[in-house]
Design a protein around this ligand. Structure first.
Ligand code: ZN
Length: 292
């Protein structure tokens, strides 16, 4: 059928993934129609169907929630608080402040800006599909995807937060991400964790499925394997509790995500955090690695 059939399995070197269908999901874009997920019964890696070789059309108008403008009011303030905390935690985990960081797939740029506010705007560059920077990165460093090749190996660290899952061929996307740092450079990858307790409890309503925008779905084992195959040495692996409750409940009620669900999600965040601590399966996996 597709290259997915020949995907090397993380569970067993030399074998390919053995996919079983998890059934149909909601098409959050309204552009694709029937969408579903298939998961490997051995390594836990998941793929979205039908295959989309070029996903550019999904982001053409920056309307997906990855690019939400949302630049005012309480919703913005809550997200800003969360992104600042996440950025501070990331810097602690890195153990030092890199002289130059590329935020590969920066989306709205809100996280990129928070990171720049903490370690110095001149050290942080956002990068995404679009030729022009998002509103958040006005006056900040920005590298359009089309110009990335000219800057390969030019950054001390590259971060790709919730990026890898946005392409059918995440292994090829990972190669591009890795190419932005020289040998010895730092690579930070964060993706949703398909084995998270909320994926089981909330089923297809769990917001991190997010079809058709999310093209691949990772277990910890599948991500580790993909990264070592890309020539990376894994330094640390940790869980990250990414607020997904508000949007998950909006999905469950078939409602638009709005301030009400954002506040509900914030109120439920301690419950989410506790569930993830108790099960040892966080909503997201973050791996810090070094290019070999
Ligand atoms: Zn597999």
């Amino acid at each position: 059928m597709t290259y997915a059939d020949r995907r090397p399995c993380a569970a067993n070197d030399g074998s390919t993934c053995e996919f079983v269908s998890l059934g149909s999901f909601d098409d959050k874009s309204g552009l694709v129609g029937e969408v579903s997920v298939a998961q490997c019964r051995r390594c836990g890696f998941g793929i979205s169907l039908p295959p989309l070789r070029d996903v550019g059309f999904l982001y053409a108008d920056r309307e997906s929630q990855d690019f939400q403008p949302d630049t005012r009011g309480l919703a913005y303030a809550i997200k800003n608080w969360f992104f600042r905390r996440q950025a501070a935690a990331l810097i602690r985990q890195l153990g030092k402040q890199p002289a130059s960081v590329l935020d590969f797939g920066c989306g709205s740029g809100q996280f990129t800006r928070c990171l720049g506010d903490l370690i110095g705007a001149e050290r942080v560059t956002g990068s995404d599909f679009h030729d022009h920077p998002p509103e958040e990165l006005r006056g900040r460093n920005y590298l359009p995807a089309a110009n990335r090749e000219d800057h390969s190996g030019a950054f001390e660290a590259v971060i790709a937060m919730h990026v890898l899952e946005h392409d059918d061929d995440s292994a090829a996307l990972l190669e591009q991400i890795v190419s932005m740092v020289p040998r010895g450079g730092t690579v930070v990858i964060e993706v949703p964790n398909i084995q998270c307790v909320w994926a089981r409890i909330l089923g297809r309503h769990w917001d991190a499925w997010y079809l058709p925008y999310h093209r691949t779905h990772f277990s910890r084992r599948a991500l580790r394997k993909m990264m070592t195959r890309a020539g990376l040495t894994i330094l640390t692996e940790q869980g990250a509790c990414v607020p997904t409750m508000g949007r998950s409940f909006a999905n469950m009620f078939g409602a638009q995500n709005n301030l009400f669900f954002l506040l509900a999600g914030a109120a439920l965040h301690p419950v989410q955090w506790l569930g993830e601590k108790l099960t040892g399966e966080a909503s997201a996996i973050r791996i810090i690695a070094q290019r070999g």
